[in-house]
Design a protein around this ligand. Structure first.
Ligand code: SF4
Ligand code: ZN
Length: 728
């Protein structure tokens, strides 16, 4: 943080802390230590103090401890020349400021001046929080602009407020600039204020800014499932889910700096009209922390850009809400109206590029019966073909867009999606069905979302949905041929040929610590993302979930560890995964989310491994069915001895190379054998076998169900694993 800002923030924090101490002394003198303190009709006590420290302030005396906490957080006062290299001190000062401001405002409710006065509303009560806070979660309100100070004139104030309203943002107002306030300017301009118009005047002093940040904290506690005291998650929730920023208008005082430093803790950046020092490098906030000197006619656009806010003006014409907030929602069997795929019915999803003349934008065709023909708990086949066209579209982008069908569908409330390609699995909830959700809505959703996110490459999108069993099976064959073609595009390319791998963190909505590291010889474990796909995805969305990782120095060749890959994984796994091997399932294996096509598991007594694919529902020699195994392996943990992986990875020269590769496989289901037979031909030639000979040495469900039977089988058939070193 710039030293000027840091020292100003620290100075301001000291001033506000002093103010808090004074007013608290006064309040205790007038009302006594046992006097109850609260923001009227609100839960969560003093919401910032409570959410950050779990301290439930109930009476004035409780504030004394908070004052101690504030003193602990406050860095010593500094003068302007002192060099402060770290953001940390100013951030602590900012948090201390917010605690102190809560003390001040709460005392004002007791001894005056009452924060609720004329146009000023003070704390939002719980009814408002419920009504309005949910809008931040379901996406009807993307966030809020906390305006501090006043515009240079009434007209500018009105223009800025209108622009923010048009973007569905709430405008929270506090503080005055030389006596003038933004709220009073709006009133003068004939603008109606209040929660209904989303223009909310909190108070004339900077301390009333805590009503905005307190609102954000309460939203995290009540809608984000964040526990009191879990300040890290509270701040992350706000950074990631509540798109808020501070717009500072007018002379920035020390107290403003201090309060702004508090807001930066939440990941809310500061946009200023005045010439204050900028803090551009990113860290706590999504993008910059402080940008200044912005002309008034650009300030709203700038704020939206800096906060990384994407506002969806278009309503998606389907009967359920669509928001990233629903992405992690599950639909259990009891809540389900019907389902598709998931090995219960044939299903697939396939996105392909067409000539622009062949696509009629927004057309959605449903061929076959619809969901209203099903009883509760029913199932039917489902084929989804999305056809896209655009001047910038390339065939290489097909798999990238296709993989997003997963995310898009999960964003609809009451719709659940798992898997990809021909192993997808979809559920529609009872509530969604009751609301009138039909298959055409899947098409409308995909059309809207694809346009929304990929307008830079797509001009037209049409969707065809099939439910007739024969037709679905027929079309699925075509899709499978294309998937196979995609998988072979990388043939011949080796990990050693490239300096850069790619990450995929698309599945972090389900498995927050999971990162797929995708290299030419190891595709993403869902099987839908190859190295080429990740490269294309990065080209389309440079700030998206697929980032280039320069390998750096090799730490260990056999297991495949590089220093920069490890550093990347550590950072993107939220500090949970320190080391990750690209080629080992024993030493620091890659984590698994839940989308893997296959699971490989060590069968200790055989010295080998078994592989089971998602389509195989029966018992396996490790004593677990696929579904149970998936629960053990998934969720973003490293589980030595187990990995989730794609089918294509089995044919890779780097398939568990550290453990001896395909020679380790002692068991897999017949359907998987059948599926990989042709693709594996080249690999097994290297070990001097034909695919038939190779596969015949591997046990399957017809020859072995238990680990002992596998051991018997491989001993009898002189399996190659017997020539390898033990695994451990
Ligand atoms: Fe990306 Fe891996 Fe999820 Fe596939 S499984 S979408 S590669 S994170
Ligand atoms: Zn996944």
């Amino acid at each position: 943080m710039s030293k000027i800002i840091a020292s100003a923030a620290i100075r301001g924090a000291h001033k506000i802390a002093k103010q808090a101490e004074d007013i608290l002394t006064k309040a205790i003198k007038e009302k006594g230590e046992d006097c109850k303190v609260e923001f009227p009709n609100t839960g969560y006590h003093m919401p910032i103090i409570y959410s950050m420290t779990a301290r439930p302030v109930e009476k004035l005396a409780d504030f004394k401890e908070v004052l101690q906490e504030i003193k602990g957080l406050l860095p010593p006062p500094v003068d302007d020349d002192l060099w402060l290299p770290y953001l940390g001190q100013a951030l602590n000062a900012g948090m201390a400021t917010l605690f102190a401001e809560e003390i001040i405002e709460a005392c004002k409710y007791l001894i005056g001046p009452n924060p609720v006065d004329g146009i000023w509303l003070g704390a939002a009560d719980d009814i408002i929080l419920r009504e309005r806070g949910i809008q931040f979660v379901d996406g009807t309100a993307p966030g809020f602009a906390a305006i501090v100070g006043a515009a240079p004139d009434v007209e500018t104030a009105v223009n800025i407020a209108r622009k923010l309203q048009e973007r569905y943002l709430y405008v929270f107002m506090s503080a005055h600039n030389n006596g003038t306030t933004f709220a009073e300017q709006l009133i003068e301009g004939g603008v109606q204020l209040g929660w209904e118009t989303r223009l909310v005047p909190f108070g004339r002093e900077i301390t009333s800014a805590i009503y905005a940040l307190g609102f954000a904290s309460r939203a995290a506690l009540s809608f984000g499932g964040v526990q009191a005291g879990d300040f890290r998650r509270n701040l992350l929730y706000n950074k990631n889910r509540i798109f808020a920023f501070v717009m500072a208008m007018g002379e920035v005082t020390d107290e403003w700096y201090a309060t702004a430093a508090g807001a930066i803790n939440y990941g809310f950046p500061v946009i200023a009209d005045s010439d204050i020092p900028e803090i551009l490098p990113t860290g706590v906030c999504t993008y910059e922390h402080v940008v200044s000197n912005i002309p008034y006619d650009q300030i709203v656009e700038k704020a939206i850009e800096v906060r990384g806010l994407k506002i969806k003006i278009t309503e998606i014409p389907i009967p359920v809400s669509v928001s990233p907030a629903f992405e992690g929602e599950r639909i259990r069997k009891e809540e389900m109206h019907c389902e598709f795929g998931g090995q219960r019915t044939p299903a697939f999803e396939w996105l392909r590029m067409r000539d622009i003349s062949e696509v009629e934008d927004a057309s959605v065709e449903v061929k076959g019966a619809d969901v209203d023909s099903l009883e509760v708990g029913g199932k039917m086949p489902l084929g989804i073909i999305v056809e896209v066209a655009g001047r910038k579209m390339q065939p290489d982008f097909e798999p990238v867009l296709e993989r997003h069908i997963h995310t898009f569908m999960n964003e609809a409330q009451g719709l659940w999606h798992m898997g990809q390609r021909d192993i997808n699995w979809i559920r529609i909830s009872k509530d969604a069905a009751k609301a009138g959700f039909k298959l055409e809505h899947i098409g409308k959703l995909l059309h809207a979302k694809l346009h929304d996110e990929y307008s830079s490459i797509l001009d037209k999108v049409q969707v065809k949905i099939f439910t007739d069993q024969k037709q679905v099976e027929e079309l699925r064959k075509q899709a499978l041929a294309i998937f196979a073609e995609r998988d072979t595009r990388l043939a011949g390319m080796q990990d050693e040929d490239v300096e850069t791998f790619y990450s995929c963190t698309l599945c972090q909505s389900f498995a927050p610590n999971h990162v797929c590291v995708v290299s030419p010889e190891r595709p993403g474990l869902c099987g839908a993302y190859s190295w080429l796909d990740c490269r294309a995805a990065f080209e389309i969305t440079p700030s998206g979930p697929n980032q280039p990782i320069s390998k750096g120095n090799c730490i260990e060749t056999t297991i495949g560890q590089w220093d920069k890959v490890n550093a990347f994984v550590l950072k993107t796994s939220g500090g949970n995964v320190e080391r990750m091997s690209q080629y080992s399932m024993i030493t620091d294996p890659m984590t698994s989310c839940g989308c893997f096509e296959c699971i490989a598991a060590v069968l200790p007594s055989t010295g080998g491994i078994m592989i089971v694919n998602r389509e195989f529902p029966e018992m396996t020699p490790c004593g677990m069915k696929f579904s149970t195994l998936a629960g053990t392996v998934g969720g973003g943990q490293q589980t030595p001895g187990f990995i989730g992986h794609s089918k294509h990875y089995i044919n890779s020269r780097k398939f568990i190379a550290a453990e001896g590769g395909i020679k380790r496989i002692v068991w897999m289901p017949t359907i998987l054998k059948e599926e990989i037979k042709d693709a594996i031909a080249e690999r097994v030639k290297e070990i001097g076998l034909t695919p038939e000979e190779f596969l015949a040495k591997i046990a399957d469900e017809t020859s072995a169900v238990t680990e002992e039977e596998v051991l018997e089988f491989i001993t009898k058939n002189e399996h190659l694993v017997t020539t390898l070193e033990p695994m451990f």
